[in-house]
Design a protein around this ligand. Structure first.
Ligand SMILES: [Mg+2]
Length: 175
């Protein structure tokens, strides 16, 4: 997959697994069974830059998605799919509904269940601490771990390759 010859300018949608990608993969439960997750603020800022650059974003998780949904709402991510046991058909369905080809999507995952959607996506990436087989399959391996800035790093890489990073930075330069 690393040899796939793709122009990253074609990427119109970044699909993110949640546990182990947007989080460190640990699951916190209260005595009442309420689930909590810890997200990285810089990943969140990265997602806002991505959306501002006109690249759409989706969260796709195998678990029930209410915590992911809350985080997505905060960031303006409109596509959140939870309970996706088989991620490849779910990704295909999402792409169909958005009228996008698989080559226009990038997928970020950390575990074996993410290999099928990574395989059909035009581009793929993973955190530094992803499963060995996922690191092997990914076109880009972040130096940061899941929940610790991997998504931010992947988004910066994508936007830089697309030639969009300068316009993101322009907003923060002195006038
Ligand atoms: Mg995961």
């Amino acid at each position: 997959m690393a040899t796939k010859n793709l122009n990253l300018k074609d990427i119109k949608l970044l699909v993110l697994d949640v546990d182990g990608v947007l989080t460190d993969g640990r699951l916190y439960f209260s005595a009442r069974g309420e689930e909590m997750k810890v997200f990285d603020a810089r990943d969140g800022a990265g997602i806002k830059y991505l959306l501002r650059a006109g690249v759409d974003c989706a969260f796709l998780t195998g678990r029930e998605g209410s915590v992911a949904l809350a985080r997505a709402r905060e960031l303006g991510v409109k596509h959140v799919i939870g309970g996706a046991k088989e991620k490849e058909p779910v990704l295909r369905g999402l792409l169909e509904s958005m009228k996008l080809a698989p080559a226009q999507a990038a997928f970020v995952g950390d575990d074996l269940v993410d290999l099928p959607p990574m395989r059909i996506a035009g581009w793929s990436a993973c955190p530094a601490d992803a499963a060995a087989e996922v690191r092997e399959a990914a076109a880009y391996v972040a130096s940061a771990a899941g929940g610790h800035g991997a998504v931010r790093e992947i988004i910066e890489h994508l936007l830089k390759e697309q030639g969009r990073w300068a316009e993101i930075m322009a907003r923060y330069r002195p006038q």
